[in-house]
Design a protein around this ligand. Structure first.
Ligand code: MG
Ligand code: MG
Ligand code: MG
Length: 316
């Protein structure tokens, strides 16, 4: 394991805007502290992230699919299952995250930054101040977008006052006068579903979670209005079933309507009753509308995990 090659900084598989931008930000922060680092990403760029890089003239991190033998820093995740398959063969030098930590990775470095905020970029913005490292305006703009994306334009129940304050400060640094207008452009880019296969749409913003020993995949598509998705429901549900057949217990896609502030869920599962238990609505033909469901972390994963825990250890 070479101490001299730069630390490779990357976020989770199916990288979202926070994973891409926080990799750039953490690499900038580490370099500013005199620790050589370079950003990477373990998956393709989403239309939303492509928009953000273009809008603020930021470089696109190169693809990385293997971490074995490298010194790495993780951003926006801290669970082995959400990173490259050989992550356990890497030397984890630092972790910057805002999610629950399952403790299935180990690091010999004492640099673990975890905070209960809605976006990793919020945490990193604070660390630029902590380490007195200059934050370039373009990067500030990207970090602002990461916060707008992770908080669903502050509609998410996961959003904290720290996210809001960081966004206002980053907007000033980036010279963004109208945060709401930027948020609207971001959402338009995020909602672009043209030219995608059903599988690509389910996987666009997708994570695997271990719930009581079962792997449950949860994808999310956010749109200002989900009407264009209505005719695709059958195909999306079939793609969920296909992904479930690849070693997962269940797969759910939440198509979130930010106008109506709720989500249409599509679930492929041998236990639809667990989804009813979690969300208080029965599934009909694998689907249900759940009012108020916006945040994956708070409104989807937390109740679903509780429902799976009620299963006990019995296989099913
Ligand atoms: Mg993320
Ligand atoms: Mg995040
Ligand atoms: Mg997200």
């Amino acid at each position: 394991m070479s101490e001299s090659s730069p630390i490779l900084v990357f976020g989770h598989l199916c990288p979202d805007t926070d994973s891409v931008i926080s990799a750039l930000a953490a690499a900038e922060l580490l370099n500013g502290r005199g620790i050589p680092a370079e950003a990477a990403m373990p998956g393709p760029l989403t239309p939303e992230s492509a928009f953000v890089l273009r809008r603020f003239s930021l470089p696109c991190p190169p693809r990385v699919d293997s971490a074995a033998g490298r010194r790495v820093a993780l951003v926006d995740f801290s669970n082995a299952g959400q990173g490259p398959a050989d992550l356990r063969e890497a030397d984890i030098a630092a972790v910057f995250d805002h999610h629950r930590c399952d403790g299935d990775i180990a690091s010999r470095a004492p640099e673990l930054w975890l905070a209960p905020v809605a976006c990793c970029a919020t945490l990193l913005a604070g660390l630029f101040r902590f380490y007195d490292v200059v934050l370039p305006p373009g990067l500030a703009g990207g970090m602002l977008c990461a916060i707008l994306s992770d908080t669903s334009l502050f509609k998410s129940s996961a959003a904290t006052p720290q996210d809001l304050r960081a966004a206002e400060d980053l907007a000033r640094r980036a010279g963004v006068a109208d945060i709401a207008a930027l948020g609207a452009d971001l959402l338009t880019a995020k909602a672009d579903i043209s030219g995608c296969t059903m599988r690509e749409l389910v996987l666009r913003d997708f994570k695997d979670f271990t719930m009581n020993g079962r792997i449950v995949g949860v994808g999310q598509l956010e749109m200002p209005d989900i009407t264009p998705v209505e005719p695709l429901k059958g195909g999306l549900l079939a793609a969920c079933a296909e992904l479930a057949a690849e070693g997962r217990h269940s797969v759910m896609l939440a198509v979130t309507d930010l106008g109506r502030e709720g989500s249409l869920i599509l679930a492929a599962s041998p236990r639809p009753d667990l989804f009813e238990l979690a969300f208080g609505r029965p599934l009909h033909g694998g689907e249900a509308w759940i009012a108020g469901m916006i945040s994956r972390k708070s409104d989807m994963v937390r109740p679903l995990r509780k429902a799976f825990e009620s299963l006990g250890r019995n296989p099913d």
